[in-house]
Design a protein around this ligand. Sequence first.
Ligand code: PLP
Length: 397
Amino acid sequence: MEQRFHTGSIVLAERMSRLGTESAFDVLVRARALEAQGRSVVHLEIGEPDFDTPAHIVEAGVDALRSGQTHYTPAAGVPELRQAIAEYVGRTRGVACEAERVVVTPGGKPIMFFTILALVGPGDEVIYPDPGFPIYESVIKFAGATPVPLPLREENDFGFDVAELESLVTERTRLVIVNSPHNPTGGIIDAAALAGLARLAVEHDFLVLSDEIYTRMVYQGSAPSVIGLPGMLERTIILDGFSKTYAMTGWRLGYGVMPPGLAEQVTRLVINCNSCTPGFSQLAAVAALTGPQDEVETMVAEFHRRRDAIVNGLNEIPGITCRTPAGAFYVFPNITGLGRSSDEIANILLNQAGVSLLAGTAFGRNGEGYLRLSYANSLANIEEALDRIARTVEGLL
Ligand code: PLP
């Protein structure tokens, strides 16, 4: 008989058994429960800037609400925002980008969901980074396709090896997902690896979903996009958005840039799912893209300082080693010297030290032996967390 998936007495559709989750939200709930008992917890688990949305962006949103932007909007996004995004992406990625390539969504995450659902199903293979953002694998499985993990290794600065990628490509490979700068490691894919990816995409006729949500958070060098390489404009879907760059997580605003035919299909998914993205958020986003960028620069400079502090602090703790990541706002220290699993260490640090962070395994099997810490928190809190970790870890060795 067919195995059914239950929640209490309710029988769920089989596909729900294939859907994963993002454990950062579960860990946050556990950390908040400890705080409710009066415990002090330093939050290094959640990936969101601790800055406020710049005031001129908030004003644009408020003005939009006051002027009646409280109705449905076109499903693919308001024309002024699609145009502003097309110009921004064209300028920053060095490609000719028309507004018809842009689909605006409530956050960047729906672009993952919609493009994977639109492109793959049973019998198709999708290559994705491991460690990597857990929603990739979750949605690939939900769509009925086969997830194929591409290992990212510390000795390779958490970039991928082109020969290894090539060895994973089959005639069933429809999509390869890359993420640079990378969550959870902060790694950046270098130009040589991107060139290898583009060559394979053209040779084997697959598409690339390039998650570039952290593209403005780079502290050394740059994070080039695959979309500018020969043959890739028609094979690449860029995922980007406003959550991280402009500290706008709660506005729910992101977008995809993709070939126009695919944009039409993704727009059909938008219509079936959420109809459209709120108009006032979209007009705030126009102000974000076209207005002053100095607050973004200030925020990135502050993340840079924190990155250096957290990397130095972690490397001083016996049993822990940490590479210096080039981008995003995460570090991915190696904790194999502590002789316990990532999960055990993450639990000990939450329950004994009051430091909330994630086990590397929350990002895939290749995350064993690592932790992920977000440094989107004040320097003072980072120093406090480092002290607590050092004291607790000392007792384990
Ligand atoms: N991609 C990656 C790698 C992320 O880490 C996140 C958020 O944590 C997102 C996409 C989606 O962000 P949002 O839906 O807030 O735009």
